[in-house]
Design a protein around this ligand. Structure first.
Ligand code: HAM
Length: 423
């Protein structure tokens, strides 16, 4: 029996790869214009990086990590996200001595043992962006603006909604946490099993439950905004004012808690109106204190990650024709080995100008090569047989009109390069 890919893990076929490239190129173009530089990180880390970084009580650390022991008995984990890894590198390489904020991005696969469904995979890909060492609310607004700019660059911003929230900090969040625990205790019987289990361990996460039975209890829960200390309330208000100054529409969502424990103050998410249950295409927030927790300086930080699979799903909903397969300009058809020797350097010269052409091997009949030219969808078939060899020329056949013209072999490469330039 043929071997299949692992559940929740998928191949990106050539027909999709163009969209992936477009997402990645747009990310690089937009983020680099804002001064972000690329960092490339390992796929696996010591388990501790994520256990400490993401939080022991989170679903990710408790249930979703691909953790294994290597041959020396060390516990390693395939990265479920990039932020903790990136901060590990920031600390390890002393990047904190650079002018602040230090602005970095990274693109690559992440791994979470989640229940696979449309838009949710076990290996998925993120563009991850972090700005480190600056806690000014204008940075929060600029980071969000940059994320919006990325989606504008892909022309899908109109399908998205921006939600923002503030979760307070180490000063005011414990107070809110206690209020929430107290509230949930009095409503325990009306919560789903998962939430009952989470209510004491990770009460903020209960706010994020999507089950209808929990809805009434969640609707009545105390709002984080009533518990924010003066500094956090001011920070959140400033973020909103800066967003307004940039004309960025947003919604305040007091229940936007996110699934990772490191967030303080600003959190945000971009959701798509028509992506079904897995509709978050990007999410992030501030995590002041996390760098210190991982053994580094007391630098602030904020960032986000974009789920590439979900963005590609959105692009698939847009104009499908825009993503057509790139067709080669021409099929070069040598009839015999001598003709092949003439056409090999021509193909090489045209391809060196980044113009795609296909080349036959000289063994096939003209008729079957012309059929292949049709299937490939090329604009031109270039034929060199015995007669052409004797006259040192090639026949160029326009595959649409069937009209033919002749070109000296010595000028063929230039002619094809010129035709390629006109496309
Ligand atoms: P996250 O919300 O866990 O945040 O993931 C960010 C995005 O990755 C999600 O909005 C979603 O688009 C995509 N994603 C997450 N899980 C899956 C999955 N199983 N399948 C497909 N796509 C998925 C983080 O990872 C944080 N590190 C973001 C961050 C950076 N916060 C601050 N800096």
């Amino acid at each position: 029996m043929a071997i299949k890919a692992v559940r929740g893990v998928h191949d990106i076929l050539p027909s999709e790869a163009e969209k992936w490239r477009c997402v990645e190129t747009t990310a690089r173009r937009v983020f680099e214009a804002y001064g972000y530089e690329e960092i490339r990180l390992p796929i696996f880390e010591r388990t501790e990086v994520f256990a400490r970084g993401i939080g022991e009580a989170t679903d990710i650390v408790q249930k979703e990590m691909y953790t294994f022991e290597d041959r020396s008995g060390e516990s390693l984990t395939l990265r479920p996200e990039a932020t903790a890894s990136l901060l590990r590198a920031y600390i390890e390489h002393g990047l904190f001595v650079l002018p602040k904020p230090v602005k970095l991005y990274t693109i690559g696969p992440m791994f979470r043992y989640e229940r696979p469904q449309a838009g949710r995979y076990r290996q998925f890909h993120q563009v991850n962006v972090e700005a480190l060492g600056d806690d000014h609310p204008a940075l929060d607004a600029q980071v969000i603006a940059m994320l919006i700019e990325f989606f504008r660059g892909l022309d899908i911003v109109q399908q998205l909604k921006l939600q923002i929230n503030s979760l307070g900090d180490s000063n005011c969040r414990p107070v809110y946490r206690e209020r929430l625990i107290g509230y949930f205790r009095t409503h325990m019987a009306r919560l789903c099993e998962d939430c009952r289990e989470r209510a004491e361990r990770n009460p903020l996460r209960v706010l994020d439950c999507k089950k209808p039975e929990c809805r009434p209890v969640l609707d009545g829960a105390p709002s984080v905004h009533d518990s924010l200390c003066g500094d956090c309330a001011r920070h959140f208000l400033d973020v909103q004012n800066y967003l307004k100054a940039m004309s960025i529409p947003y919604e305040i969502s007091p229940r936007l808690v996110r699934g990772l424990d490191y967030y303080v103050r600003t959190t945000f998410e971009l959701t798509a109106t028509d992506l079904g249950a897995q509709n978050a295409v990007a999410g992030g927030g501030r995590y002041d204190g996390l760098i210190e927790l991982l053994g580094g300086p007391a630098d602030a930080g904020i960032g986000f990650a974009i789920g590439i699979e979900r963005v590609v799903l959105l692009l698939s909903g847009s104009d499908e024709n825009a993503w057509g397969r790139k067709r080669p300009l021409a099929l070069l058809i040598p009839l015999g080995d001598e003709a092949l020797k003439q056409l090999l350097p021509v193909a090489q010269a045209v391809r060196s100008r980044a113009i795609p052409v296909e080349l036959g091997d000289g063994d096939r009949k003209l008729r079957s090569e012309l059929e292949r030219a049709n299937k490939l969808g090329v604009a031109w078939a270039v034929i060199v047989g015995e007669t052409e060899l004797a006259r040192t020329e090639a026949v160029l056949r326009d595959m649409k009109s069937g009209e033919q013209q002749r070109t000296p072999l010595g000028e063929l490469a230039q002619k094809l390069i010129a035709l390629g330039g006109q496309r």
